[in-house]
Design a binder for this molecule. Structure first.
Ligand code: KG4
Ligand code: ZN
Length: 365
């Protein structure tokens, strides 16, 4: 089965063709046009500007993926229907509806967060010999899977009991983790998007230099809160005298970035491990834009390894496996929407092409 997938929920316009053959996904095309540089001058994404850019790029991208004009060879169309920015979502949704109607193909509405989760089904993770359950050497997540979804708009812990079955365990009560990275980057004079900038600058800094709070780390739940951490960074910067503020451009910026990043990573990892303890999953899935953060990947991997070392039956394999997307698939892209769309299509979960509407608050669970 081959699906044409469209993603326009935020500031990346993306179209992909993804196939599913004998249980194996393949990305045939995945073309993304990023607007990040345009939004950088405003310090964040401006919804109307995003919509205008999507409208300008979507048809050139459709031409570039080069599907037949009558849709021959495509079995279904998938599109991100939410959550996201309504003016941005609408561009993709209206194109998908038009194509599905004109080609007379089934239409699948995909939740953007579900797309991020399914990005790990495209991962090139190499299974240790003998542990492989897929012909080409990839290992797929086993259920129940605990998903830590960290993006610019969401920070959620979701228990996935099976394909398409989600239970929301915890979420942020204010800012998302990516949003905190973006806001702190702004305080430090670093450009949007802030996550990649902070993680780069942090390489030169000392993560123990400043004792920023680990919000809600000891609370008896798996919710998050990052607004107070952002305020703590602002208070710290305000407390630095004007004289030494000049030095913030140098070593101090790296220390603030590294210490802030460590506070976010420690919190995300602690809450995820609490959820692991509560739900005893077979796999952990880390996904969303912030999953590109190498410090977070390493810390979560270390925490899982150390929790399970010595308790497995064969001695050296952790009973819980961590799945992360390839770095090229951590940010918004249509390939992940294609994978989620193929899974929904296989279950016959189609929507009416004439009545689908973008939903900025679409929920997964
Ligand atoms: O999933 P995504 O591309 O878009 C949304 O669905 O929101 O996530 C974007 C977020 C931004 O806040 C960006 O700063 C953050 O992911 N991000 C990172 C890194 N790369 C992107 N945050 C921390 N470290 C990174 N390396
Ligand atoms: Zn996203």
């Amino acid at each position: 089965m081959r699906i044409l997938a469209i993603e326009t929920s935020c500031d990346e316009t993306s179209i992909a063709v993804v196939s599913l053959t004998n249980g194996v996904f393949a990305i045939e095309k995945n073309i993304t046009s990023s607007q990040a540089k345009i939004h950088a001058q405003y310090g964040g994404v401006v919804p109307e500007v995003a919509a205008r850019e999507h409208a300008a790029w979507i048809i050139p991208l459709l031409q570039e993926v080069d599907v037949a004009h009558d849709g021959a060879g495509i079995d279904a169309v998938a599109v991100t229907a939410g959550p996201g920015l309504v003016p941005a979502l609408r561009v993709g949704v209206e194109l998908a509806k038009s194509l599905a109607w004109a080609w007379d193909k089934p239409l699948v509405a995909v939740n953007h967060l579900e797309g991020h989760i399914y990005s790990v089904w495209l991962s090139e993770f190499q299974a240790p010999s003998g542990a492989c359950d897929r012909p080409e050497g990839r290992l797929k997540p086993m259920f129940p899977a605990l998903c830590l979804l960290v993006s610019g708009g969401h920070t959620e812990l979701i228990l996935m009991r099976d394909h398409g079955q989600y239970e929301l365990l915890g979420m942020t009560r204010d800012d998302a983790a990516g949003e905190a990275f973006d806001k702190v980057a702004k305080l430090l004079g670093l450009p949007y998007p802030g996550g990649p900038q902070i993680s780069k600058v942090a390489l030169e800094g000392d993560a123990q230099a400043i004792a920023f709070p680990r919000p809600m780390i000891d609370s008896d739940n798996v919710d998050f809160s990052f607004a107070g951490l952002k305020t703590a960074v602002r208070v710290y910067l305000d407390s630095v005298s004007p004289l030494s503020k000049g030095e913030l451009r140098g070593v101090a910026v790296a220390n603030v970035a590294a210490s802030f990043q460590q506070a976010v990573v420690d919190t995300l990892v602690a809450k995820t491990m609490r959820a692991v303890q509560q739900t005893q999953p077979a796999s952990v899935i880390l996904s969303g834009g912030v999953s590109a953060n190498l410090r977070l990947r390493q810390a979560l991997s270390d925490a899982i390894q150390s929790r399970f070392s010595g308790v497995s039956s064969d001695g050296d394999e952790a009973p819980v496996k961590l799945f992360v997307p390839d770095l090229s698939l951590t940010g918004d892209n249509a390939a992940m929407i294609g994978v989620a769309g193929l899974m929904k299509a296989a279950r016959g979960e189609f929507v009416d092409p004439l009545s689908l509407k973008a939903d900025p608050n679409l929920r997964l669970a």
